[in-house]
Design a protein around this ligand. Structure first.
Ligand SMILES: NC(=O)c1ccc[n+]([C@@H]2O[C@H](COP(=O)([O-])OP(=O)(O)OC[C@H]3O[C@@H](n4cnc5c(N)ncnc54)[C@H](O)[C@@H]3O)[C@@H](O)[C@H]2O)c1
Ligand SMILES: N[C@H](CO)Cc1c[nH]c[nH+]1
Ligand SMILES: [Zn+2]
Length: 439
């Protein structure tokens, strides 16, 4: 272990008796179970539900340090979005366009089609896919502005065929980010409100005098956003409850330690509660990465956030071998997994839980955050065990189609009748029996 360390990041070994306890402590994020946050969010939701715009304005003035009196001051017009796009320097406009094209191309592949098949007696069964009428997208904006999240939320909605997209994004102190506006223009967002936190989620879920009520709310955000999304679920659909960003890297010891240190920082700089873990079976390599962390930390602009995050939820873990590294990955089920190894493709079958898998030394997670193509809104806090990246499927729903021929209804009626009478549901049985062919 490096003796020059400034103790930025914990060193753990799977051989230690207390390893699993320490890992559990690292993975634990109180998040949406925090009672004081829940109480505050409940108050905001109830207020917006009751008073609409007036409550949204008050909360926005309070939490985002604004001074507005009318909802029109929290609404951006299509002309403002267009002007932001037109006013960008060429290199920014081009980068947005490239990212946007790649994200669209990737998500086009996720587009499902409706299907149906016909049985021998002429009965037709199928599934009809229908896009949502109106989707609400939350774009975070508290500690940083996220134009990339505009694209990642709005493009799959468009590909899915959503009729109307309503975007909310907080602008603390009234500072509007032109790249965010330009991305909204490029991605074809229909309405933009500069509101955030629980008040924005409430406005989308319940509707207000100005904000249209949506059918589903998607997108990442902080603890107030996540708590509010959980509370309004049922009233509206939601994509997932996303916690702070996470990265887990597995290294075979051959990747440049500076690259790996920066990959850990790349998520640590999102949030004090972000999680950054490196696993390797090469102890000297972990020493080298630890030195790189200490050396590179002061060179970051968001040094304080990255430092807090690495101290709280960062770790360099020494494991026995590849098999144990894979076990750890499946246990953590990270939002982002980097396989910084020589032949990542040979690992893939055994990796069961991860939001996105970045294969090989050259594939830094940052490329996925912006422009590789796959979505960067991913399951966190171990929920990759049962959920998937945001995708076209989040903006669509399915209806079953059943069209019986007379012959089909007669045959199925006999089966349904037996089962209905077994459930003592006489009306069900008789409804099916009416359609049974007499001979
Ligand atoms: N998964 C992803 O794709 C992705 C992408 C980008 C960011 N993120 C994550 O999203 C989060 C963004 O968080 P953020 O804070 O920067 O922006 P945010 O937009 O989620 O939250 C800002 C809002 O929080 C509310 N708020 C702040 N303090 C409050 C308080 N004391 N009481 C009530 N409300 C309060 C305010 O209304 C403010 O508008 C980070 O955790 C980051 O890691 C995730
Ligand atoms: N890493 C974030 C998702 O966890 C997405 C993002 C946006 N900008 C930079 N990174
Ligand atoms: Zn990121």
């Amino acid at each position: 272990m490096s003796d020059k360390s400034i103790a930025t990041i914990a060193r753990l070994s799977t051989a230690d008796a207390a390893f699993h306890q320490r890992l559990d402590a690292l993975l634990d994020w109180e998040g949406v179970s925090d009672k004081s946050v829940q109480a505050r969010v409940d108050d905001i939701l109830a207020d917006v539900k009751q008073r609409g715009d007036a409550a949204v304005i008050e909360a926005t003035n309070r939490f985002d340090r604004m001074d507005v009196t009318h909802m029109d001051q929290l609404r951006l017009s299509a002309q403002q979005l267009q002007a932001a796009f037109d006013g960008l320097p060429d290199h920014q406009r081009e980068a947005l366009a490239v990212a946007s094209e790649r994200i669209k191309h990737y998500h086009e592949r996720q587009k499902p089609s409706s299907w149906q098949y016909e049985e021998a007696d002429g009965t037709v069964l199928g599934q009809k896919v229908t896009p949502l009428d109106r989707a609400g997208i939350y774009v975070p904006g508290g500690k940083a502005a996220y134009p990339s999240s505009v694209l990642m939320n709005a493009i799959p909605a468009h590909v899915a065929g959503v009729r109307e997209i309503v975007m909310v994004v907080p602008t603390p102190d009234g500072v509007v980010n032109n790249l965010v506006l330009a991305a909204a223009h490029l991605a074809g967002v229909d309405h933009v409100f500069t509101i955030g936190g629980a008040q924005a989620i409430a406005a989308l879920a319940y509707g207000t005098q100005s904000v249209p009520r949506v059918d589903k709310i998607v997108g990442p955000g902080n603890i107030y956003v996540a708590t509010a999304k959980r509370a309004v679920f049922g009233q509206v659909g939601i994509d997932m409850i996303a916690g702070p960003s996470e990265i887990m890297v597995v290294s075979d010891g051959k990747t440049d330690p500076d690259w790996l240190a920066m990959d850990l920082f790349s998520q640590a700089e999102h949030d004090e509660d972000a999680q950054a873990i490196l696993v390797s079976w090469d102890a000297e390599h972990l020493d080298a990465v630890e030195s790189a962390i200490d050396r590179l930390l002061p060179t970051l602009e968001r040094e304080a956030i990255a430092h807090a995050s690495l101290s709280r939820r960062g770790a360099l873990i020494l494991c026995k071998d590849q098999a144990e590294a894979i076990e750890l990955v499946n246990r953590v089920a990270p939002e982002h997994l980097e396989l910084s190894v020589a032949t990542p493709e040979t690992w893939l079958d055994e990796i069961r839980h991860a939001g996105a898998i970045f294969m090989g030394r050259h594939t830094s997670e940052a490329l996925g955050d912006y422009c590789a193509g796959p979505n960067h809104v991913l399951p966190t806090s171990g929920t990759a065990r049962f959920s998937s990246p945001l995708g076209v499927y989040d903006f669509q729903k399915r209806s079953s189609i059943i069209h019986c021929s007379a012959e089909g209804a007669s045959e199925l009626g006999k089966v349904a009748s037996v089962l209905a009478r077994g459930e003592s549901l006489t009306a069900h049985a008789r409804s099916a029996e009416y359609r049974i062919n007499p001979e």
